[in-house]
Design a protein around this ligand. Structure first.
Ligand SMILES: Nc1nc2c(ncn2[C@@H]2O[C@H](COP(=O)(O)OP(=O)(O)O)[C@@H](O)[C@H]2O)c(=O)[nH]1
Ligand SMILES: [Mg+2]
Length: 258
């Protein structure tokens, strides 16, 4: 067992991050136990992460960030964890901001315990970056992304693609049914919260670029994103309440009809 039942741990999906993973694991390890999912790396990511103090699960061949997150979710759900905190393996998230997420989570737990009926349960806390600090192409992509998803879900979205998140147990369980294996998985988490009537909280985080390149292949990613956004919007237009449609019909793996 990685973390006591009811606990929280850091989950880091990684693909070929050997030069950067040690600092991320050590930083996160100052706040939480760390689980790294090595997703078919061809470098020493797994060995370096282990040496830095993480527990490592390996999957081969490379299956994508969404699949890696699901592998981690299955493991921590089996352990009985209450939530996970995900961060990227490439150093773009400052692990010393983890306490900010934990503080928001604790606050929402207290609200939930104090008055369960007063507000929608929070299942997701997202680290929102300052788009003004991004290179122009990323600023444009992220700004369009948050506007489109805001339009589709009818909610205020501050950062739809940030991988720095705290994810509750119920959302992890729901996301195991997702057929999205890649970077769209993180967008789907927000959609899932909108569908089920779960609140999303935001915490401001540092925006770190420093000449980073991205693994995201923009054309298929944007195409899938727009298709998803259009489906959500259309379903809302038909007056389907976010969390009613699926109450009696568990989602079918690989088929997302909403
Ligand atoms: N599990 C997994 N993680 C990946 C894969 N590709 C990238 N990542 C990780 O996902 C995070 C974000 O990827 P990155 O390319 O930096 O995207 P960006 O910063 O959002 O443009 C990094 O920590 C990567 O190590 C993959 O194929 N599988
Ligand atoms: Mg990155």
């Amino acid at each position: 067992m990685l973390t006591p039942a009811g606990g929280i741990l850091a989950l880091i999906p990684a693909h070929n991050e050997a030069p950067r993973i040690a600092a991320v694991v050590e930083g996160a390890g100052r706040h939480l136990p760390v689980l790294v999912i090595d997703d078919g790396s061809s470098d020493d990511t797994a060995a370096i992460a282990e040496a830095a103090g993480a527990r490592v699960l390996r999957q081969t061949p490379n299956q994508g960030k969404g699949e890696a997150l699901k592998t981690g979710f299955r493991r921590v759900l089996a352990d009985g964890a209450a939530a996970v905190l995900t961060l990227d393996a490439d150093g773009q998230h400052d692990p010393d901001e983890i306490p900010g997420f934990l503080a928001v989570w604790e606050q929402t737990m207290e609200t939930r315990a104090g008055n369960a009926q007063s507000r929608a349960p929070v299942e997701l806390v997202i680290g929102a970056r300052d788009f003004r600090a991004m290179p122009p192409s990323r600023r444009l992509a992220n700004t369009l992304g948050k506007r489109v998803l805001g339009w589709a879900t009818g909610r205020e979205i501050r950062d739809n693609q940030s991988g720095y998140r705290l994810i509750g147990r119920r959302l992890m369980e729901a996301m195991l049914a997702s057929g999205e294996s890649g970077f769209g998985f993180e967008v789907e988490m927000i959609v899932e919260c909108a569908r089920r009537g779960w609140a999303v909280e935001w915490v401001p985080v540092r925006t770190i670029y420093a000449g980073k390149t991205s693994h995201i292949n923009p054309v298929p990613h944007v195409a899938r994103f727009l298709t998803l956004a259009w489906r959500i919007r259309r379903a809302r237009g038909r007056g389907v309440a976010p969390d009613e449609r699926r109450r009696d019909t568990p989602p079918v793996r690989g088929r997302r009809d909403f």
